[in-house]
Design a protein around this ligand. Sequence first.
Ligand code: FE2
Length: 399
Amino acid sequence: MSNICWGEPGGVRTNSDGVVPSPDPVVSHQPIRDIAVGQRHGSGIETDDRGGDQRAPKQRERYQRGQDRKAHVLAIVVGIAGEFERVVSGAERASHVLDRTGRVADLRERIPRRIAELEQTAVAVSGLPFVAAAYGLLYERLDVEVTNPRIRLARLAKAFEGFRIVHLSDFHIGPFMTADEIRRCVTIANELKADLVALTGDYVADDPSAQGEVVQALAGLRAPYGVFACLGNHEFYTETEESITRLFAAGGIRVLRQERAPIQSHGEVLNLIGVDYQQMRFSNDHDGHLVDRYLEGSEKLVMPDMVNILLSHNPNSFDRAAELGIGLTLAGHSHGGQLALSFINRGLALVRPETPYVSGRYEKSGSQLYVNRGIGTTVIPIRLGARPEITVFELARGV
Ligand SMILES: [Fe+2]
């Protein structure tokens, strides 16, 4: 028996013959030549007492071929696995390289994340109209803005330098514009302490029976030079033009219906004109000629050599007013578009196809137009990008 010397210096285990033994001390006692097959219990292979294979040569050959096939299949599996590992690791390296270049991230992680982000964005975008509508209904619709443009007029008499006019329009009294809300606007207007108040139509919406209530609320307006008004298309549609004019008169408000009112101060005059809703621009006369119907018959109301200020609900009459030499036209009707992108451009509004005059001041041929955004709403009770407006003008001499 060989001498086994464990724990030799250098950590190499050898026997006295210099042979490296098996780590298993039991196995190390077996002859090296039989270890390959002789020690596998339960493998179905018969061995003699020395561990030798006692099978027939054909069996051994078959057995060896089987072993070879197993080894071959194993080699193929290992090869495929190796190729797969190389492909995967190559893709990962490429992904990281592309990620470093900023072109493509780790797609396996980013694609699902991107889809989730898109889903969240879609939910937010689809909810945006509802949020905007709620804002326009509950907040902006009642968020009155007081604007104070200075208007220069070439023919303004010295006595009217600094004359102040408060302008309100388009109340549309109804469930979404109550008499209390209108009275709140009356209070704001009175606190501005203007010299004169101008109203430019659409006091009712669709209910003619509401005319008494809106007149009662507006009768609280006060100004030393008076409160003047013209009528709008909703007075025409509800057939309240006559009745509301009488109610306004009883409440101390003068409605100008194709009329003028000279406003006098220190012996000088400012000519104030008012017309009903101008609904049709062109029509044929008796001879079949196309005639401009805007401000038809108002020529005689325009006074030369003094400032003429026109109250006309429809801003589209401005072109004709400019032709007649009217210095300033005050209008409403557009509601500033009501749904508008005025923070980008005041022309980006729903009413744009109906009129080029959406809100604010316009100038043409030495004549000016101011379109008030109104107090109430029409069709839908929402305002977006078009706050309700009370305007207080300050008149100045010059151009
Ligand atoms: Fe109108």
